[in-house]
Design a protein around this ligand. Structure first.
Ligand code: ADP
Ligand code: GLC
Length: 492
């Protein structure tokens, strides 16, 4: 079958700019698709905070982007995705992207997020026109890219780009991109699209709904989440739309970048290790304890957390359970994260109240995230909802069994440990309560101290799981071909 031309439009891209797992996915899947022989190109904004890696070239021609009442001119920088034959284009336009934060400034979401990301959508399509490169499929990611399918279905329908199919991936339905109706005119899509079965929700523009109604096919990042979002409890108000489009929605489990996330080669670790020789893990544990000001003790159990500090991640349950755990169990906690100021405060206070036993770093630090994965004994992730979750997969690969709540992608990636058996890769609990989390932390602690052989066997089972992207990349290719056939009426 012929190779496909695949355009990725995305607001985050590892290793250049990352807020959460969307960046990891968009940085990893194209590499796998290119290895399968497809022509993949990525468009992302040139934020002020971009990390410049490799060689960058400005494109000579300025890029005219037709949004609002005039043509907005921008500049494009080109580079390659490290280690892959995948061109990456960054759209530069300082009034939209020059600031340092991706979505939120010091006072919350940027007030012009609708305009910024509509510029990204139209800019990505304008770039294809400028390059005279007409993709078979445009793969869009979350609310920021919801207008790509709308534009292709309306304003651009009668241009060569009108044949481009779209796949819209839901990474997290909680973020919907509500915008003032001014967004319709700015995007230059017909005013008639401002209706509930297109881009409108309760009098506002809903950018994720735009993608859900208009994309040729839909996907989300795990099979269980694909099921959960069809029901009112998990649908974030859009379950009806997802049932309506149910036949076009698939759940494809994210993979992880197993080259970058490999404890045998990770240069961020003070010692490297593998399933056949775990000894370096103890060095990582000591380095972690030292770095976060904990008592350096190889025997005490360490719980690790790396997370955005938001309600979705269930870390308020951890903040509630932590004092009782620390009072009754011989354990330490290390936490890296940022977000909700109340949660930041709770964890900072825990570090002050339990010196040497709780180490907290508020902020974003890719190297420390890896050291926590390697140096902890159990990785804690009590999410209320989790579309896929990557950190539990990183933890297993680093020999650190995860402790997770049974939701979304956590169900699809962590198999429950059963005492006395020889299966299971982590500790799984059901109720989203501080008590259930406390009980499960206690269970993990008892297993660590009282059943060390079973605990070690669980570590090794996790390390031997195959979480690589290959299988999922092939499923995306099937989805792209299905979308192209639906869009053009001819098989791809
Ligand atoms: P989500 O995308 O919902 O935040 P995921 O588990 O899919 O959750 O991905 C989170 C990604 O962001 C992982 O790569 C994780 O290591 C990284 N991450 C989260 N918080 C931090 C932080 N404070 N510092 C460094 N990396 C972080
Ligand atoms: C989102 C989800 C997370 C998922 C990631 C990558 O941020 O919250 O569960 O792993 O996207 O798809």
């Amino acid at each position: 079958m012929r190779p496909l031309k695949i355009l990725f439009v995305a607001p985050e891209l590892e290793p250049f700019v990352k807020v959460g797992g969307l960046a990891d996915m968009v940085g990893a899947l194209p590499r796998e698709l290119a290895a399968l022989g497809h022509d993949v190109r990525i468009v992302c904004p040139a934020y002020g905070c971009l990390r410049v890696e490799g060689e960058w070239h400005p494109r000579a021609e300025p890029l005219g982007v037709e949004v609002g009442t005039e043509t907005h001119w921008g500049r494009t920088w080109q580079t390659m995705l490290p280690g892959a034959r995948v061109p990456v284009y960054f759209l530069e336009r300082d009034d939209f992207f020059g600031r340092n934060e991706v979505y939120n400034g010091p006072w919350g979401a940027h007030a012009d997020n609708d305009l910024r990301f509509i510029f990204l959508c139209r800019g990505a399509l304008a770039l294809c026109q400028q390059l005279d490169w007409i993709p078979d499929v445009a793969h869009c990611h979350d609310w920021t890219t919801g207008f790509v399918p709308v534009m292709l279905n309306s304003t651009l329908r009668d241009t060569p780009l009108g044949r481009t199919a779209t796949v819209f991936t839901i990474h997290n339905l909680e973020h919907q991109g509500y915008a003032d109706p001014r967004a319709v005119a700015f995007a230059r899509v017909p005013a008639s699209e401002f209706r509930p079965d297109s881009i409108e929700s309760v009098g506002a523009v809903n950018m994720v709904k735009a993608g859900l109604y208009h994309a040729t096919k839909l996907s989300t990042v795990s099979p269980t989440y694909a099921e959960e979002i069809r029901h009112p409890e998990g649908g974030c108000g859009l379950d009806e739309v997802l049932r309506f489009r149910g036949a076009d929605l698939v759940g494809i489990l994210n993979g992880i970048d197993t080259v970058s996330w490999n404890p045998a080669t990770d240069r961020h670790l003070p010692a490297r290790y593998s399933a056949s020789d775990l000894s370096g893990k103890a060095t990582c544990k000591a380095a972690l304890q030292q770095r976060l000001g904990l008592h350096v003790d190889p025997h005490v159990m360490v719980f690790g957390i790396v997370s955005r500090l938001v309600a979705q991640k269930g870390l308020d349950l951890l903040a509630q359970a932590m004092p009782s755990v620390l009072d009754r169990m011989h354990v330490q906690f290390v936490l890296l994260g940022s977000g909700d100021s109340g949660l930041e405060h709770s964890f900072r206070s825990a570090a002050l109240n339990y010196p040497g036993r709780v180490g907290v770093q508020i902020g974003f630090d890719g190297g420390l995230a890896r050291l926590i994965q390697a140096g902890s004994d159990v990785f804690v992730m009590p999410s209320r909802a989790e579309p896929c979750g990557l950190t539990q997969m990183y933890a297993m690969r680093y020999g650190t069994p995860p402790l997770v709540r049974a939701t979304g992608g956590l169900i699809d990636t962590v198999s429950p440990f059963v005492e006395g058996g020889d299966t299971g890769t982590g500790f799984v609990f059901g109720d989203a309560t501080a008590q259930a989390l406390y009980d499960t932390l206690g269970w993990a602690c008892a297993t660590y101290y009282d059943r060390p052989a079973e605990f070690k066997a669980m570590r090794l089972r996790g390390m031997r799981q195959d979480f690589s992207w290959r299988r999922s990349a092939e499923r995306y290719v099937d989805l792209y071909r299905w979308a192209v056939a639906a869009r053009t009426g001819a098989p791809a």
